[in-house]
Design a protein around this ligand. Structure first.
Ligand code: CAA
Length: 269
């Protein structure tokens, strides 16, 4: 699987080039950021590969785990992108900056596709985070439904300190989880949030010893899979829609989902 070619569009990249491994075991898919020698730094190829995985995810998959090989979950964007030479075969920010506004935004939209599918109702995505999750690494963890942290995890939104904004879909989940004031403080100071604080302020569901991370995620996946798929999908859809609805609207959405469930479970054919 590691050498497979991905990318139905213009960018054909291998999983190896993208720094990823992708494995499916029954109802669980595991995406491993696999460039530990660069602390799993991410490139345009990484984001294209993530988008392609989302596009072609086998229908039986219900839980998607994202993990990092080595001491860090991900040190964020590959810093070679900031050099004039860029990342071989993938350009640089200097090259991207020559695009006109709409084309530049389109390039960013392509990158965001790698993150957005992780919130689909039919799956539950889980980030297993050890060590550093910086910038794009933190945003990838935020793109997941759930975060399980090793107690050595260190989260940092570095983008504003580099003169940029977090643009890989991370600002909304961050604000949803910690509120706008804490989000401003975390982003504009670019400080490190350690695992214990992350759990306290809602950025993590669980904190475990580093040696227990894999098992904790496996146990969580098993518990998630114990719930019937259609009910889980409908409930996730309901919960994700809740912040944007009034109480009355949400009650109507509950009725709508439940009517479908009751019919599916109890209607005689
Ligand atoms: N890009 C490319 N290479 C990286 C990298 C990155 N983001 N992070 C680490 N590496 C490389 C290092 O250059 C080093 O390579 P060599 O062995 O060839 O010297 C190797 O990985 C190991 O790194 P360290 O020796 O620094 O490892 P460490 O464990 O002591 O420290 C770290 C880990 C704290 C993550 C540190 O490497 C670091 O601060 N990295 C940079 C983090 C960063 O600023 N990322 C950008 C965030 S912004 C973003 O992601 C989004 C955006 O759009 C801008």
């Amino acid at each position: 699987m590691a050498e497979a070619t991905i990318g139905g569009g213009a960018e054909q990249v291998s999983f190896t080039e993208a720094g990823l491994r992708f494995e499916v075991d029954g109802e669980i898919a595991t995406i491993t950021l696999d460039r530990p020698e660069r602390r799993n730094a991410q490139t345009f190829a990484t984001w294209s590969a993530l988008a392609d995985i989302g596009d072609t995810l086998p229908g039986q998959v219900r839980v998607v785990v994202i993990r990092g090989e080595g001491p860090s979950f991900s040190a964020g964007i590959d810093l070679r992108m900031f050099t004039p030479e860029g990342v071989p075969g993938q350009g640089s920010f200097a090259a991207v900056a020559t695009l006109d506004g709409p084309a530049l935004e389109q390039r960013i939209a392509q990158a965001q596709r790698g993150f957005l599918w992780l919130r689909r109702p039919e799956i539950v995505s889980v980030a297993a985070v050890q060590g550093h999750a910086i910038g794009a690494g933190f945003q990838l963890a935020l793109a997941c439904d759930l975060r399980v942290l090793a107690d050595d995890a260190q989260l940092c939104m570095k983008e504003p300190a580099l003169g940029l904004v977090p643009d890989l879909t991370g600002t909304k989940p961050l604000v949803d989880l910690v509120g706008p004031s804490r989000a401003v403080e975390i982003c504009l100071t670019a400080r490190t949030v350690a695992a214990e604080e992350a759990a306290r302020i809602g950025l993590a569901e669980l904190v475990v010893a580093p040696g227990e991370l894999t098992e904790a995620v496996r146990d969580l996946a098993a518990a998630l899979l114990a719930t019937p798929r259609d009910a889980a999908t409908a409930t996730k859809r309901l919960l994700h829609g809740a912040p944007g609805r009034t109480l009355e609207e949400q009650s109507a959405a509950e009725r709508h989902e439940q009517a479908a469930r009751v019919k599916a479970l109890f209607a005689r054919s």
